[in-house]
Design a protein around this ligand. Structure first.
Ligand code: AHR
Length: 477
């Protein structure tokens, strides 16, 4: 395949760093044991957050973290999660296995996590079972700086300065677990809640609960009714091997399963395009849940959504990021589900050990595109290669994914200007399509130097093995 990449100088679309956002829900070990071990844990921690996981995640330069759900957001009552930990009530997590939630990780712990990761906060408000007053009080607790009751309560809990909320979601999957609402009804509830959102500490970007997959009717109805009151509309799409009732195994799969999962992931290209056609230009799309969803790992609580992560997940991650980059002008944020131990995670933990997944390494490579200028992002359903070319600090950044499980490909990119000495070339290219990391083989899939390319002037020629994922940084001469 050959492609010419041009540099339209008046086309200044940036690949927002927020397209590489993460999501951490109170679900299984997404929070507890995954990131929160508490201050008294024998596992090394800073203020209760485990250092091994935080340090690994810091290398991804995570731009934004969504919390506390997901489905759990619509049953979360924030006042249970503040104040002295031993006095917090124990509640039940009805969304995920009816396990006891001790609320030891709450609002102040979440903002401590954001501080340690250096990321922005995306708070998802409880619109399903919460009240407007509860939301108003929570926003005051988090962001107000005056002499008011909830701001003073935050100070009393040891947090003098107000926090910043960059993104605020109002409800989650309102068409299903968030209240089984009609689009018409949700729009009215959304309008009512958003009326009382006070911006004490800078503007907050408001996200309305959007469609699942190809539910275009939802998008049409909600944007028609509530568009003046929202900044973004949330789309959710999970990649499934053979539909919801046959999610398949995360590790034990064949080439056919590989292709059908990849095709499921790639459908989001068409979905994004069709949702955007229906949406007013004033509203962005926010893909705040995406990723793979398999049968749960055998022997684990099925409500905890624990699954292994292979090269196939890595291909889904790279391809999805290339698709989001393609629409960078209209997608404001995307959040993979989920950061730790849940679905398509970056990190899996087992006791005091951690494993970095193939998806982790994709995010590690793709961070080079954060806030870079988009030159070209290519994805076509029937093409084995998809890629992003961006430009940042006088470098071209090229990421390519060969989604074909069996066939090698050649890609020649003609770039706008000549290329100097290359400083960064990384790839994921293990021999097996289901290669993955576990405690016995923690480095079966890691990013390695990539050498199978040639450069002549402004032409980059790459050989890509089946399933190979590459990122290169090319200094512009
Ligand atoms: O990510 C897991 C769950 O998937 C989320 O809680 C929910 O929003 C979606 O159905």
């Amino acid at each position: 395949m050959k492609a010419k990449v041009t540099d339209e100088s008046n086309d200044k679309i940036l690949i927002s760093k927020y397209l590489q956002g993460q999501f951490a829900e109170h679900l299984g070990h997404g929070i507890y044991d995954g990131i929160w071990v508490g201050k008294d844990s024998p596992i090394e921690n800073v203020n209760g957050l485990r250092s091994d996981v935080v340090n690994a995640l810091k290398d991804l330069h995570i731009p934004v973290l969504r919390w506390p759900g997901g489905s759990y957001a619509d049953e979360y009552h924030w006042e249970n999660g503040i104040g002295p930990v031993d006095q917090r009530p124990k509640t039940i997590n009805h969304s995920w296995g009816a396990v006891v939630e001790d609320n030891s990780f709450g609002t102040d712990e979440f903002f401590e996590l954001c501080r340690q990761l250096g990321c922005e906060a995306y708070i998802n408000i409880n619109l399903g079972s919460g009240t407007v007053k509860e939301m108003v009080d929570w926003i005051e607790y988090m962001t107000a700086d005056g002499d008011s009751y909830f701001a003073n309560l935050r100070r009393q809990n040891g947090h003098a300065a107000p926090y910043k909320i960059k993104f605020l979601g109002l409800g989650n999957e309102a068409w299903m677990g968030g209240g089984f609402m009609s689009a018409e009804y949700y729009s009215d509830v959304y309008r009512r809640f958003q009326t009382y959102v006070s911006e004490y500490n800078g503007p907050m970007y408001k996200v309305a609960s959007g469609p699942s997959d190809d539910d275009y009717a939802w998008t049409k109805e909600v944007t028609e009714r509530a568009e003046p009151f929202m900044d973004g509309l949330a789309l959710h799409h999970y990649a499934l091997t053979n539909g919801w009732n046959d999610k398949g195994d995360a590790v034990d799969f064949n080439a056919e399963d590989w292709t059908s999962l990849l095709n499921s992931a790639r459908q989001i290209d068409d979905m994004i395009s069709r949702h955007l056609e229906l949406m007013p230009k004033s509203t962005d799309l926010v893909v705040d849940e995406w990723g793979t969803w398999f049968q749960p790992l055998k022997g684990t609580n099925p409500a905890f959504l624990i699954q292994q992560n292979t090269m196939r997940d890595a291909a889904v991650a790279a391809t999805s990021l290339n698709i989001f980059n393609k629409y960078a002008g209209r997608i404001k944020m995307a959040n993979i589900a989920q950061m730790i131990n849940v679905l398509q995670s970056m990190v899996m933990t087992e006791g005091d050990k951690i494993i970095l997944t193939p998806t982790y390494y994709v995010f590690k490579m793709y961070q080079l595109h954060q806030d870079a200028r988009l030159l070209q992002a290519f994805h076509e359903m029937n093409n084995d290669l998809n890629y992003t070319v961006s430009e940042k600090d006088n470098n071209y950044i090229v990421s390519v994914c060969n989604v074909n499980p069996d066939k090698a490909h050649e890609l020649t990119l003609t770039l706008p200007k000549a290329i100097g000495d290359i400083t960064y070339t990384k790839c994921l290219n293990p021999a097996e399509m289901n290669a993955h990391n576990d405690l016995d083989h923690p480095d079966a899939v890691v990013d390695k130097d990539y050498a199978d390319y040639t450069v002549t002037g402004n032409e980059l020629k790459m050989n890509l093995d089946p399933r190979e994922i590459v990122t290169m940084k090319l200094p512009i001469k």
